[in-house]
Design a binder for this molecule. Structure first.
Ligand SMILES: NC(=O)c1ccc[n+]([C@@H]2O[C@H](COP(=O)([O-])OP(=O)(O)OC[C@H]3O[C@@H](n4cnc5c(N)ncnc54)[C@H](O)[C@@H]3O)[C@@H](O)[C@H]2O)c1
Length: 250
C-alpha cells in the first residue's frame, strides 16, 4: 500500500473490468478514493466492493453511459456531491465494432465514435468546471496504438483513437493555465475480454509485431497511468505514451 494518491478522488470510466479495473486498483493501492463507472452496474458494484475491501479506500459504483453528455454530467455532479472534488479522470471506456470499410455499417461507425471519442469529450467537459475551480487535475485518455498506426478492419476504432489524441492535445493546451495536465496512453496488444474474441491467427500476427514478444497485461497499462496521475509527472502534458511492448517507436 502506497500514498502516492492519498486524498485524491479518481473517476475511471468503464472500470468494472479490464484495463480500467486495473487502473482503479493501482490508484486505490496508492490511497485514492475511486469511482467505478460503467454501463454494467452489477459488475461495477462488485468491482467497487472488492477494491474497497482490498485497499481500505472509499469507492463508489456509478452507472452512466458516457456517450450521453447528460449522463456524464450527472456522474461528475454525483462525485462532487459525495467527495467534494475530482482530481483524476481516466477516460477508459471504449468499444470495438470491427469490419472492413467496404462492409462497415453506419451504426458501427457511429457507435464507436460516440463512445470512444464523444464519450471522452463529455467526461472532460464535465470535470472541467470542478478542476478549474480547484486549479488542479489530471486527465488520462486511453487511446490505442491503432490510433497511431492504423489496423485493417478498424477504421472506426482507429479514427476514434486518433481523434482522442487530437482531443488530448487541445484539452492540454486549454487547461494548462489552470494546472491541469491531459495526456494519452496508447496501449498495444493487451490481454482483456476485448482481445479475447480475436481469432488465433490474428493474435499470432499481432504478436509478431511486438518486440517484447508478449501481450501486455492490464497492470502494464495501469502502471503508466499511475505515473501520469502522480506528482512526479506534473511537468508532462499533451503527450501520447505508447504502452505496447515496443510496437510503435517514435
Ligand atoms: N485490450 C486492448 O488490447 C486495448 C488496446 C489498446 C487500447 N485499449 C483501450 O483500453 C480501454 C479498455 O479496454 P479493455 O480491453 O479493458 O476493454 P473491456 O471491454 O474489457 O472493458 C471496457 C469496459 O467499458 C465499459 N463500457 C463500454 N461502453 C461504455 C459506456 N458507453 N459508458 C461506460 N462504460 C462503458 C464496458 O462495460 C466494459 O466494462 C478501451 O478504451 C480500449 O479501446 C484496449
Amino acid at each position: 500500500m502506497g500514498i502516492m494518491l492519498k486524498d485524491k478522488v479518481a473517476i475511471v470510466t468503464g472500470s468494472a473490468r479490464g484495463i480500467g479495473r486495473a487502473i482503479a486498483e493501482i490508484m486505490a493501492r496508492e490511497g485514492a478514493d475511486i469511482v467505478i463507472n460503467d454501463i454494467n452496474l452489477e459488475l461495477a458494484e462488485e468491482t467497487a466492493g472488492s477494491i474497497k475491501e482490498a485497499y481500505a479506500v472509499q469507492t463508489m459504483a456509478l452507472q452512466a453511459n458516457i456517450a450521453h453528455a447528460a449522463e456524464a454530467e450527472e456522474m461528475v455532479s454525483a462525485v462532487v456531491e459525495r467527495f467534494g472534488r475530482v482530481d483524476i479522470l481516466v477516460n477508459n471506456a471504449g468499444i470495438t465494432r470491427d469490419s472492413l470499410i467496404m462492409r462497415m455499417k453506419e451504426e458501427d461507425w457511429d457507435a464507436v465514435l460516440t463512445v470512444n471519442l464523444k464519450g471522452s469529450f463529455n467526461c472532460i467537459k464535465a470535470v472541467s468546471r470542478p478542476m478549474f475551480k480547484q486549479r488542479s487535475g489530471r486527465i488520462i485518455n486511453i487511446a490505442s496504438v491503432i490510433g497511431l498506426m492504423g489496423n485493417v478492419g478498424q477504421a472506426n476504432y482507429g479514427a476514434s483513437k486518433a481523434g482522442l489524441i487530437g482531443l488530448t492535445k487541445t484539452a492540454a493546451r486549454e487547461m494548462a493555465a489552470r494546472g491541469i495536465t491531459v495526456n494519452a496512453l496508447a496501449p498495444g496488444f493487451i490481454e482483456t475480454e476485448m482481445t479475447a474474441v480475436l481469432p488465433e491467427d490474428v493474435r499470432a500476427a499481432m504478436l509478431k509485431q511486438v518486440p517484447l514478444g508478449r501481450m501486455g497485461s492490464p497492470e502494464d497499462v495501469a502502471g503508466v497511468a499511475l505515473f501520469l496521475a502522480g506528482d512526479t509527472a506534473s511537468y508532462v502534458t499533451g503527450q501520447v505514451i505508447p504502452v505496447d511492448g515496443g510496437m510503435v517507436m517514435y
